[in-house]
Design a protein around this ligand. Structure first.
Ligand code: PMP
Length: 396
């Protein structure tokens, strides 16, 4: 059948598998907060988003287990109907306070949060403007929306301004601008001090996706707006629980009227089963720790600065990162696969980032750090990068 030709003709992944360098779907047999066990061997995890290291925290694990005992393993339905527990309601109330907004709405994944928020709010005569490095779920939410989509060069607010200005006379009713708070592949932080006034000038609703910021960025971990001292100036904040919150799920936080509307219109909320109780309880326990243990954030920043300085002084190119996301530029795809495998065989688990996520010949190994990484683990990561980097001619 012709419709399946694309499957039969898709040979790229099989070629990499045959070469022995395939880095995807690695089967993990067990884990600690900083290691993954593969083929019976521990690998230091520098490829996760477990920034605060809460996945194995005893209070988090106990909360998840208690919720399973009380509510069972799943909700077997949408929050809209039979799948809403008091834990979901509690989490929304606490998140709204944490982020500093009126209300919050919890979805089953961060991806669905973007589909539901952007896809629902951007109507037929509206337009949404995206940074070119925004996450795929933001792009997909915009594709679902009935309105039009514009894309501006990464961080280029003059480019955004020209588009907003050029669209003035085109009969567009509503405008939305969506950016990542922390960009997931580069690690740089959105320039809210300049973006907020620009959005206000053009009456564009600013949405900040704080997936990679919430929990550790800002004095209390409340995210990018708090980091910039602009907590009450970002109308809608989106977040995920799949990173610092050590769980799965997502949320949007903002004015009560918007949250109320989304609660009754967002299709990815209404037509999909709710977060399992264990996942919600994990988030509540994680939030307790985020509020009570600022030392985790301090340690994460200490590690981040050490790793940035060390990679740079070894001669690696790490780009404009300002956060625990530290991408190491390798270049060509084949070399990146070989580099990944050499690190993996030496006990270091990284994430290869390949086209179409990045341009050809701009492949990188994305590393990211966990508050619980020990100095010995970090030494090993750096020594291994240095050894392989020299062998492969990435550094001299
Ligand atoms: N937004 C951003 C910026 C992300 O990086 C991600 C996941 N990497 C998501 C949304 C999707 O979140 P989730 O994994 O919870 O679906």
């Amino acid at each position: 059948m012709q419709i399946l030709d694309k499957c039969r003709n898709f040979t790229r992944a099989r070629e990499v598998m045959a070469s022995g360098y395939y880095p995807y779907f690695v089967p993990i047999e067990g884990s600690s907060s900083t290691e993954a066990f593969v083929d019976g061997t521990p690998r230091i995890m520098v490829g996760s988003n477990n920034y605060l290291g809460l996945t194995h925290h005893p209070c988090v694990v106990e909360a998840a287990q208690a919720a399973i005992r009380k509510y069972g393993s799943g909700c077997t339905g949408s929050r809209f109907l039979n799948g809403n527990t008091i834990l979901h309601d509690q989490l929304e109330e606490r998140l709204a306070k944490f982020v500093g907004t009126d209300a919050a709405l919890v979805f089953s994944t961060g991806y669905q949060t973007n589909l539901g928020t952007i896809g629902t709010l951007v109507g037929r005569n509206d337009k949404v403007y995206l940074d070119k490095l925004d996450h795929a779920s933001i792009v997909d939410g915009s594709r679902l929306a009935m309105g039009s989509v514009g894309r501006f060069n990464h961080g280029d607010l003059e480019n955004l301004r020209r588009q907003l200005e050029g669209d003035r006379e085109k009969g567009i009713e509503g405008r939305m601008v969506v950016v990542d708070g922390v960009f997931s592949m580069e690690g740089d932080i959105a320039d809210l001090p300049n973006l907020v006034p620009l959005c206000n000038e053009y009456e564009a609703l600013l949405v900040v996706d704080d997936a990679h910021a919430i929990g550790y960025l800002g004095p209390t971990g409340a995210g990018t707006a708090e980091y910039h001292g602009m907590t009450d100036q970002v109308p809608l904040t989106i977040g995920t629980f799949s990173k610092s919150f050590a769980s799965i799920g997502g949320f949007v936080a903002g004015p009560e009227a918007v949250v109320h509307y989304l609660r009754h219109h967002a299709r990815s909320l209404i037509f999909s089963a709710s977060m399992p109780p264990a996942a919600v309880a994990t988030c509540l326990a994680a939030l307790d720790i985020i509020e009570q243990e600022p030392e985790r954030r301090e340690r994460l920043w200490q590690i981040t600065h050490r790793m940035m300085e060390s990679f740079r002084s070894l001669g690696f190119e790490i780009g404009p990162t300002e956060t625990p996301i530290i991408p190491i530029w390798i270049g060509p795809m084949e070399k990146t696969f070989i580099f990944w495998k050499a690190l993996f065989d030496d006990g270091v688990f990284t994430n290869p980032v390949m086209p179409p996520a990045v341009p050809e010949n701009s492949c990188r190994l994305r590393t990211s750090y966990i508050a619980e990484h020990t100095d010995d683990q970090l030494d090993h990561v750096l020594e291994t990068f240095e050894k392989v980097g020299k062998q492969l001619g990435v550094i001299s």
